[in-house]
Design a protein. Structure first.
Ligand SMILES: [Zn+2]
Lengths: 372, 268
């Protein structure tokens, strides 16, 4: 990625002891030692600044090393970190002149999805994002980021408003999943998500999506279809929570680490599988150690992506969007012999059909149209 | 062969799982696998469904060669490829959906039928691809798209590869809709989760079989969340009709004429 600000040097040292995750215990030990040194420095005349500097460097390099090799389960913990920046933090750090628009004009205003106009860099945008809530009261009001049907309807309504005036849409995803409740089913949660999937595929304005924390299944996907889908480095995106997967497949939640590994839910794995287009780097030690840098990285990703998309006519964007969606997750083979498979693939490519070759092989006659 | 418990010759008599009546198997089959006593609609596999719905000898299958791979290298109690192989052996099918061209009472259609006998017709890459390709054919050939849905949801063993099939199928339906195509859904037991929240909810007309379970979240998950008992009849076809998400509850024996009638009303 280009133009990403570097992580600040202060980040790793700034956390209180309670913010350390279980697997970060070695980091906490070093930090305690640093604090101990500082305390002694005050009490005596001995100069320990060299020691402190050395320990601080050690803390930084250890944090960096640890965060470059997070296990999938550790990634899940970081993505759910109580101090991880949420939608409201990004609104504060990245969006200027935010103008919230509420309500689905049908049932109510779901606080689990926040929508409104705002400015990111040089772009006017319609911002749509999951809201998890900062304190207990807010968290209860927005069901911990689990949206009801009215949330998805509100999102679509505001996106249509944006499309009417050619304003691009930015979706920030951070949800454990759609709300599983009686009212949710009565008001058609399946239908609400399905309609969004269909309508976002043909919404006549650029759509940029980014997973900023938890990408929880259909509840995430309901605002997760667009021209570019990215993930913050330590976010995750999964068809089911590791706990849920473990409960179903191994009949015990204890296997959640194994489930997290099996589900291939990290940004790296999903990039490899072609499910997401880009990974947005986080400051070292995770977004929660330095929210300002995380927001700056996200902002420059959104700004760059929108600038690129705006070069194309909407028809081109829609065609590319369909091709992108159409080619997602095309992992299958033909049961025929290899030779037949090759022949079939050639025929398929020459005509209209699927497979991973589609984008390149199936459309040789389609020049990408000139920036307009 | 004798059934040890009852002295009843196995395979001739069976008990209705809803009303408990002892039923003569052949009679149930002739009754389209609906209990003659209580009207309970049993789950049926894709081939049985196709034989019931389309004009004899008109079904022309496509993409039947597609078979799953193992993109996640997933192992639960057994490796995913082994699970697939055993399901393929047990059902004689390569995957959980059958798609093709056929006639229903003389009307040419593209039809897809999900097979609850195959890993509860969960949706992985092959199901997503076949459903999408079928919708694309309906769009190109200007034919009504008929989808008989049944699914436990996403194929967990294919992870996010499975989830994105929801967007893929729904995007194809947007194009069918743009082209003025007709999409009729027959929701059967069970139509849930990722399939319910994508192509199984997007019909121009949605029919459902009586008593079919239709819903997004699993009832146990919901009961755990709300910490209360679920209302009677929750997430049934009738519940969905009451709340405005199903057009008509149609008994199995009436599906053919009902589908034909809707095709005619839509001028297709
Ligand atoms: Zn019965």
């Amino acid at each position: 990625m280009s133009n990403q600000p570097n992580a600040t040097a202060t980040g790793a040292a700034g956390l209180g002891a309670s913010s350390y995750l279980e697997f970060e215990k070695p980091l906490l030990r070093i930090q305690s030692e640093i604090e101990e040194l500082r305390r002694r420095e005050k009490e005596s005349d001995r100069d320990v600044s060299k020691d402190i500097e050395e320990m601080t460097n050690r803390l930084r390099s250890m944090t960096k090393r640890m965060y470059s090799h997070l296990t999938p389960w550790e990634t899940v913990l970081v993505a759910r970190h109580p101090q991880r920046p949420l939608l409201t933090d990004y609104l504060r750090l990245m969006v200027r002149d935010f103008c919230e628009l509420a309500g689905d004009r049908c049932f109510g205003d779901d606080r689990a999805i926040i929508t409104g106009f705002g400015r990111i860099g040089p772009h006017k945008v319609m911002l749509v994002g999951h809201n998890k809530g900062k304190d207990t009261k807010e968290r209860i009001a927005c069901n911990f980021g689990c949206a009801h049907p009215e949330g998805y309807r509100k999102a679509l309504l505001k996106m249509r408003l944006a499309a009417k005036y050619g304003v691009p849409v930015v979706c920030l995803i951070d949800t454990p999943g759609a709300y599983p409740g009686v009212g949710s089913e009565e008001r058609g949660i399946s239908y609400a998500i399905a309609v969004n999937l269909m309508e976002l595929s043909r919404l006549r304005t650029p759509i940029v999506c980014a997973v900023i924390g938890e990408g929880g299944s259909g509840g995430a996907l309901g605002i997760g279809v667009g021209d570019n889908v990215a993930m913050l480095e330590h976010s995750f995106y999964s068809v089911i929570s590791p706990e849920g997967c473990a409960a179903i497949l191994w009949r015990t939640g204890e296997q959640r680490k194994r489930a997290a590994e099996s589900l291939k839910l990290t940004a790296n794995e999903l990039k490899r599988l072609g499910i997401v287009d880009q990974i947005i780097p986080e400051p070292f030690g995770g977004a929660h150690r330095d929210p300002a840098t995380a927001a700056a990285n996200l902002e420059s990703h959104i700004t760059d992506t929108l600038r690129e998309l705006k070069r194309y006519k909407i028809e081109t964007i829609l065609k590319k969007r369909y091709e992108r969606i159409r080619s997602l997750g095309s992992f299958f083979e033909s049961a025929q012999s290899t030779a037949q498979t090759r022949a079939r693939k050639a025929t398929a490519a020459a005509s209209r059909t699927p497979a991973r070759t589609r984008r390149t092989a199936s459309r040789p006659a389609d020049p990408v149209d000139a920036p307009g | 062969m004798q059934n040890e418990r009852t002295d009843i010759p196995a395979g001739v008599w069976e008990r209705c799982q809803s009303c408990g009546a002892m039923l003569y198997r052949e009679e149930v089959e002739q009754n389209l696998h609906v209990c003659p006593e209580c009207g309970f609609h049993r789950r049926i596999d894709a081939r049985t469904r196709i034989a019931q719905l389309v004009d004899p000898g008109t079904f022309e299958e496509f993409l039947d060669d597609l078979t799953p791979t193992d993109p996640l290298k997933f192992t639960d109690r057994i490796p995913y490829p082994e699970r697939i192989k055993s399901q393929q052996k047990a059902t004689g099918e390569r995957e959980a959906v059958v798609v093709g061209r056929a006639y229903i009472r003389g009307r040419k259609v593209i039809i897809g039928v999900m097979n609850p006998a195959f890993i509860m017709a969960s949706m992985g890459a092959v199901v997503g691809e076949k459903v999408t390709a079928a919708i694309e054919r309906a769009t190109e050939e200007n034919l009504p798209m008929i989808m008989v849905t049944a699914s436990g949801g996403a194929r967990m063993q294919e992870g996010m590869v499975s989830l994105v099939q929801m967007s893929k199928t729904s995007a194809a339906l947007a194009r069918l809709d743009d082209a003025g195509g007709l999409y009729i859904i027959v929701a059967t037991d069970p139509t849930t989760a990722g399939v319910a929240a994508s192509f199984a909810s997007l019909g121009d007309v949605i029919l459902a079989e009586p008593g079919a379970m239709i819903g997004f979240a699993g009832p146990r998950v919901i009961a755990n969340t709300i910490k209360a008992e679920l209302p009677p009849g929750f997430q049934t076809a009738e519940f969905m009709r009451t709340h405005g998400f199903v057009d008509r509850i149609v008994e199995r024996k009436n599906l053919r004429p009902e589908i034909a009638r809707i095709i005619d009303y839509c001028g297709k």
